[in-house]
Design a protein around this ligand. Sequence first.
Ligand code: B1M
Length: 180
Amino acid sequence: IDQGFMIGVNQVGDAFSCGDAFLPELVMAGEAMKAAIEVLEPELARRGTQREILGKAVIATVEGDIHDIGKTLVGTMLSAAGFEVYDLGVDVPVSQIIDKAVEVNADLIGVSALLTTTMVKQREVVQAVRESSLSDKVKVMVGGAPVTPDWVAEIGADGYSEDAIGATAVAKELVGKKSA
Ligand code: B1M
């Protein structure tokens, strides 16, 4: 995924940002990436041999943002690692994320944002958790291409990873299970 698909999809993204490619190409790149990951998904899931439930994770792409490939990949990896994952999809309002976390008694909330304009919603999720009954229990992990360690520190999130494999290790640490 990292050494093949990501290189391809990033090339289209770069071409889009400098005006050499247009929205149809961006859409096609997204569809190709999804189709390619679908082929690998059963194998990714199969490799998650660990059966102990490590915790419950609610994941979503923030409101205003419809990029779902990275978030879904993180969800697949978390499930394979032993988390019970509730994937709320894309364009998800903060209140819906909080309500789901309360409903399922989550240990972890994971929010993805791919746009600089939607990253601010990650801050709102952190604030909403801190102001809710979840504050003592639930950790917030953020991710997505524009997310940096500086941003994570600024919004006070508990964890961050730049890719899906790292996200599993961070999630395990956040819920108090040492990473394998
Ligand atoms: Co859009 N898009 N897009 N796009 N798109 C980007 C993000 C962009 C960087 C392209 C560019 O200009 N170079 C740019 C954002 C610029 C910015 O904000 N600075 C952009 C734009 C501008 C837009 C639109 C506004 C275009 C328009 O309409 N004019 C529009 C926005 C729509 C919206 O959301 N409201 C738009 C739309 C789309 C498509 C729908 C066409 C399509 C998405 C299809 C889909 O998701 N089903 C699309 C695509 C494909 C891209 C690029 C090319 C690829 C994104 C992707 O799927 N990457 C992207 C360019 C790029 O990122 N270089 C781009 C593969 C995926 C596996 O990586 O999501 O980064 P990623 O996830 C990684 C890590 O980030 C991390 O792990 C994953 C796996 O390693 N990670 C986490 C992700 N979430 C995590 C959560 C975690 C932890 C780690 O914890 C919770």
